[in-house]
Design a protein around this ligand. Sequence first.
Ligand code: AMP
Length: 394
Amino acid sequence: MKKTIKDYNLENKKVIIRVDFNVPMKDGLITDDNRIIESLPTIKYAIDNHAKVILMSHLGRIKTSDDLGKNSLKAVALRLEHLLNKEVIFVNSTRGLELENKIESLKPGDVLLMENTRYEDLDGQKESLNDEELGKYWASLGDIYINDAFGTAHRSHASNVGIASHLPNGVGFLMEKELKLLGDNINNPKRPLTVILGGAKVSDKIGVIENLVKKADYILIGGGMAFTFLKAKGYQIGRSLLDQDSLEFCVDMLNIYGDKIIVPIDVQEADEIDENARTAFVDASQMGTNKIGVDIGPRTIELFKKYIMESQTVVWNGPVGMFEISSFETGTKEIATTLAEIDATTIVGGGDTGSAISKYGLKDKITHVSTGGGASLELLEGKKLPGVEIIADK
Ligand code: AMP
């Protein structure tokens, strides 16, 4: 068990909280503030316990100076101020006198947000390469370090591993929740445990399949990756996505775990990847030579629903069709709706699957939508996350 924010007396202490405010932005506006909302319990706890709260986060990638303006955390500071109903002191730099002075003048319960940690990437990728001096410098600004940024926990950066190496540390409530639901819960689930995997390439999910095939009762395969499995069964898949390098892996998996790995029995095929393309539902073994598989078919939806409704725990990572195009979204929408309806622990990986849940307005009906895409995949692969490993044990 890792130490948590609750293991420290925060009274009058400068508490650095590494949050994940890496929110999607369009034209300077935040399009989804889920990650900010998920950070609030830890921030509020620190405020209520009279800490001087110093928030750090990255936002997007910084490669050239053109990236600076569009990846400023200023908009996030304003949104956070609104959500907390409290002043958030924003400092538009990541080091220097102004930052140091503002931190020194904080009073218990005050909240300060530093500019995007990746501004430090402009000069030698100091944040992303966990520059020793930078981690030490940021640590010198606080007394206690709390990591609540699950989304970057699979990376070893100055703002997580770096700072934590120099300060008493712990995890925040969001990190605790993610580790419990995506980690412990998978190792010791209420059964049946069903895992739904979709998305584009099999290769991205090989580690997840290898780890979960031993733990789950069923793995339902949809999305682009289903077509490599169908090819592995000897079906012809037309112009559907094929991950040739993973074909052998799919053949092996079906041979060894054929009773657990459930692949589509019918699919929606289209002439083109286009909203108005002509489409048809066909048996998975009967695809046209020139067609593209874009979604699972109605019989597969019913089959998947049957497994889902019998389950006590369901983990879902990856849309089962090209849900961004409305004529190809039925499978993903139906799976999302079924998850929302059942009385079971339902966990959705971040990234595209999380966007699908938001698109259909179902977030409140899912036990947890993870705030981390890559990090949630690595946890499901059974990997250790560097941002968590560095945190002291209880
Ligand atoms: P991933 O990032 O691996 O989870 O992949 C998500 C992407 O997979 C989404 O953009 C979907 O459009 C895409 N996807 C889902 N079904 C298919 C399919 N049948 N063929 C190609 N791509 C798909």
